[in-house]
Ligand binder design. Structure first.
Ligand code: HEC
Ligand code: HEC
Length: 325
């Protein structure tokens, strides 16, 4: 219980909490990538490792391939400029190469030094200047080094939509927003939204977790409305320039079928929203099949790996994902 009180308090009294923070990081003199934040020797080590561990997918010249996105160029820089350099380090060190066999020895994973060396190679390939010392592995994940504030001269500014590149892949969107919000709407077939569980009693054995609270604060019909608007607005993210599938392919956002399937899910979600506003469980139950078919229509053409739903079915067959059947 105390944890939840804290959560509520934290969101309403940010002031007090900020008082406790001793150093304003933004006010510290921050170095940018123009200041030579890695050494040539480090980039050379990174290059050798890159050839062994990365080039097979991302290409010898970092230009990307059928299996992985480019690691240099204006779009790459634009995306990573949104976050401190530590984000690129974290992405490489903790998630690359992907799909390491489940029981892979630790040797198959990168250590901090290797991650930092690879960052140096990627930065050098993106024509940032080398300096005297290495990009330090020890604090790479918390480093305050940033990208330069503006694109370098001569680099075309992306169009407005592309200024907000998505953080996750299509798969992450599906898992984080589509899946459980659709399921919540589908549950109206079985449960009257009025009966959706509210906050458990505070003496519930084991206590109320913040997870319980998150699920149960906006409950009842409001939960159905929220699920419908989440689905509708997340559908438009399927059209976002820069969006990629888990296998690294750009989402086919200009293909007529992709657009058609997205429109169909969007229309279905909007219709669900209106039906929820009317508190019409019966109509929602009847319309469930259309919403579910709208998901499947796209999956049959673009997901195309025979996999159903949950789990890490990113192995065999995943390479065909996001390619029109
Ligand atoms: C089996 C193929 C494969 C290998 C090997 C691989 N990657 Fe990747 N990489 C991918 C795919 C697919 C993505 C896109 C999905 C994602 O972001 O996780 C990706 C994404 C990335 C990204 C983010 C790119 C962006 O613009 O969002 C970076 C950085 C990266 N890889 C670096 C590396 C480095 C460094 C290595 C070597 C240690 C490596 N990768 C090895 C397949 C691979
Ligand atoms: C415009 C196409 C499109 C629409 C519409 C769509 N999906 Fe997907 N979905 C995909 C693609 C493509 C993948 C595989 C993503 C990847 O590999 O990055 C996927 C994957 C998934 C996954 C699997 C995640 C995993 O773990 O493998 C789930 C669950 C999912 N979608 C749910 C839904 C639901 C629910 C809806 C409808 C409310 C929906 N999707 C609508 C294209 C779509």
């Amino acid at each position: 219980m105390s944890a939840i009180v804290f959560l509520l308090a934290a969101s309403t009294s940010g002031k007090e909490r900020r008082q406790g923070v001793p150093v304003d990081r933004a006010a510290q003199a921050t170095r940018t990538l123009q200041d030579g934040v890695f050494s040539d020797a480090q980039a050379t080590r990174g290059e050798a490792l890159y050839k062994q561990r990365c080039a097979g997918c991302h290409g010898a010249d970092l230009a990307g391939g059928a299996q992985a996105p480019p690691l240099e160029g204006a779009a790459f820089r634009f995306k990573w400029r949104q976050e401190p350099l530590s984000a690129l380090f974290i992405k490489i060190r903790y998630t690359m190469p992907p799909d390491a066999p489940p029981n892979a020895a630790d040797a198959a994973k990168l250590d901090a030094e290797q991650g930092a060396d690879l960052v140096a190679h990627v930065l050098k390939s993106n024509r940032f200047p080398a300096g005297k010392s290495d990009f330090a592995a020890a604090d790479a994940a918390t480093s305050s080094i940033t990208w330069p504030p503006a694109p370098t001269a001569g680099e075309a500014a992306p169009n407005v939509a592309a200024r907000y590149p998505p953080t996750g892949t299509v798969n992450q969107l599906m898992r984080s927003i589509f899946f459980h919000n659709a399921n919540l709407i589908f549950s109206v077939q079985e449960v009257d939204p009025k009966e959706l569980p509210g906050m458990p009693a505070s003496d519930k054995p084991g206590g109320i977790t913040i997870f319980d609270q998150g699920l149960m604060t906006y409950t009842g019909w409001l939960a159905v409305e929220n699920a419908a608007t989440a689905l509708a607005d997340a559908s438009t993210l399927l059209m976002q320039p820069g969006l990629r599938c888990q296998n690294g392919r750009p989402a086919p956002i200009t293909e007529p079928d992709w657009i058609r399937f997205t429109d169909r899910t969007l229309a279905g979600a909007r219709r669900m929203y209106r039906l929820a506003q009317m508190r019409n469980s019966e109509a929602i139950s009847e319309f469930t099949l259309e919403l579910s078919n709208s998901c499947n229509a796209c999956h049959q053409v673009y997901r195309n790996d025979g996999g159903r739903g949950r789990g890490a079915n990113a192995g065999a067959g995943a390479g065909a994902r996001c390619v029109h059947r």
